[in-house]
Write a protein that binds this ligand. Structure first.
Ligand code: G1P
Ligand code: ZN
Length: 543
């Protein structure tokens, strides 16, 4: 087998975003595009010679081809061993676990998360560091710098590795270890949670349904929920991973997980419903007739985590991304926990988790997780919910209402304006930035601005900083509006407007979220002049 030195030239725009490099699949499929980026990962981490890496992916179109390229490039550059999931499949949290468990030098995950898959859709490549978490800015910055200068890469000329066959094979001088992607992860979950109590609840008639959305969690959910916990066969729906996720967006929100929403609103709805995304790190939680907002889910879990064996000795602290509602802050205050507000993106939780400052963290975008791995974790959240339900004997609706009674309710929604021309979206943010200082005291749509600023973050562990992480506008009475531009899109800009209001009045607990946020929504449009800048009056998605 020959190692080939290939001459290349840089591609523009290979800058990792909120979560790795995400582009149209066809962009990744151009000759040398993937190869350039992979070579730059090697350079960004100081080479792969002698190293062991994990390789996983969510099963989307082109993932199997990309895995073969990465294996041949790793072999050509002297890697010692690659641990890869059978069929090139491994969920993001399972990959994070494997990186940690086998003490590897990191790993590569092939996924564009909840974005659709297929030749005309999205693909992505993300590097995780030896702690199992997404590479911090310092590393992605080095990778990006390398992409601007690359002139050559190395690759082995070889046949495909048989990734369906478990066990170790050789590729040149490198070992390729094909593993069952599910077993270790399922074992980890069994150690964290009280499986016996959950099993008993299920055998006592508790019914659940989990929508894997034809993405990577199907095999995981079947093994854990059906085989190990005794949920009825078929409780996991859309369980076969497909390269195009069956044509939908593998995004667990009320719009894309509509099938689950319908089931949970039916007469004979199960007691518990959940879904996960393309690569298995997001979650959506439902009770009969109720969607639990991710910010509320984080707060409920923070309030009750001690009921699970892994967290019985306390969760020490909690962290949430800045745009996530402040519901969890109220829990932290009452329980005397440290509470951190970080920029959007899981990588910002890494240091806090590594240092043991927090054990639980989450984002409004359906991500919840803990210190068991260094990624958010969809099935973990589902199992913590089930553990809490089993331990309290309460249903989802009861648990959430009890929570609001005790801590008050932070009514919350995110409005996304998608496919906005980048210049227009940037102009909106730039203009609002210049007006922030003058907003306090002014009234919009009947709401008075209390304070406004732009969020910047200093990591309390290593002192690194991240500036321009979103515009925050606080309203009197506990409301808040946050605006920022998405860092994961592949076309144009997505303007995210995060809307929040606070109530402790019980008769407002049941009201429709969009209705309850009416004033805050109107104030956001007035303050940010959304229509004047973008021509839009309504968002594309209300999450
Ligand atoms: C989005 C979410 C963010 C999440 C990221 C990766 O990023 O908002 O919370 O960490 O996806 O899953 P954004 O597109 O807003 O930059
Ligand atoms: Zn994801």
């Amino acid at each position: 087998m020959d190692i080939v030195d290939v001459e290349t030239t840089p591609f523009e725009g290979q800058k990792p975003g909120t979560s790795g490099l995400r582009k149209k699949t066809k962009t990744f499929m151009q000759p040398r595009y993937l190869e350039n980026f992979v070579e730059c990962i090697w350079r960004g981490i100081g080479g792969v010679e002698g190293k062991t890496l994990v390789l996983g992916g969510d099963g989307r179109y082109f993932g199997d081809r990309a895995a073969q390229v990465i294996l041949r490039m790793a072999a050509a550059s002297g890697a010692r061993r690659i641990i890869v999931g059978q069929g090139a499949l491994m969920s993001t949290p399972a990959a994070s676990n494997m990186i940690r468990k086998r003490q590897t030098h990191g790993g590569i995950i092939l996924s564009a998360s909840h974005n659709p898959g297929g030749p005309d859709e999205d693909f992505g490549v993300k590097f995780n560091t030896p702690n199992g978490g997404p590479a911090p800015e310092e590393v992605t910055g080095r990778i990006f710098e390398a992409t601007k200068e690359i002139r050559r890469y190395r690759i082995l000329e070889a046949q495909d590795v048989d990734l369906d066959r478990l066990g170790t094979q050789r590729l040149g001088d490198m070992e390729v270890e094909v593993i069952d992607p599910v077993a270790d992860y399922a074992d980890l979950m069994e150690r964290l949670f009280d499986f016996a109590a959950i099993r008993e609840m299920i055998s006592g008639g508790f019914r659940l349904t989990f929508d894997a959305m034809h993405a990577v969690t199907g095999p995981y959910a079947r093994e854990i929920l059906e085989n190990r916990l005794g949920a009825a066969p078929g409780s996991v729906r859309n369980a076969e991973p497909k390269p195009d996720f069956g044509g939908g967006h593998p995004d667990p929100n009320p719009i894309w997980a509509e099938e689950l929403v319908r089931a949970m609103h039916a007469e004979d709805a199960p007691d518990f419903g959940a879904a996960s995304d393309g690569d298995g790190d997001r979650n959506m939680i439902m009770g009969p007739g109720m969607y639990v907002a991710p910010s509320d889910s984080l707060a409920v879990l923070a309030a009750n985590a001690e009921l699970a064996p892994a967290y019985a000795d306390g969760i020490r602290g909690v962290a949430r991304s800045m745009p996530t509602s402040r519901a969890v802050d109220h829990v932290a205050r009452k329980k005397g926990l440290e509470c951190f507000e970080t920029p959007t993106g899981w990588k910002f939780f890494g240091n806090l988790l590594d240092e043991g400052r927090v054990r639980l963290c989450g984002e409004e975008s359906a991500g919840t997780g803990s210190d068991h791995v260094r990624e958010k974790d969809g099935l973990w959240a589902v199992l913590l919910w089930l553990n809490v339900l089993a331990a309290t004997g309460k249903g989802v609706v009861e648990l959430v209402h009890d929570h609001w009674r005790e801590y008050g309710r932070d009514i919350y929604s995110r409005h996304d304006f998608e496919g906005v021309e980048s210049e227009k979206a940037e102009a909106l943010i730039d203009e609002l930035r210049t007006r922030l200082d003058g907003l306090a005291g002014q009234s919009f749509a009947g709401r008075v601005v209390e304070a406004a600023d732009e969020f910047s973050y200093t990591d309390p562990v290593d002192g690194s900083t991240a500036a321009q992480q979103g515009l925050r506008i606080y309203l009197e009475g506990g409301g808040r509006i946050v605006l920022r531009l998405s860092g994961t899109g592949t076309t144009g800009a997505t303007l995210r407007v995060y809307l929040e209001d606070r109530t402790e009045e019980q008769d407002r607990f049941g009201v429709d979220t969009q209705e309850a946020l009416g004033e805050v929504i109107a104030a956001a449009h007035e303050i940010a002049r959304i229509e004047a800048h973008t021509g839009r009056t309504e968002p594309d998605v209300r999450a």
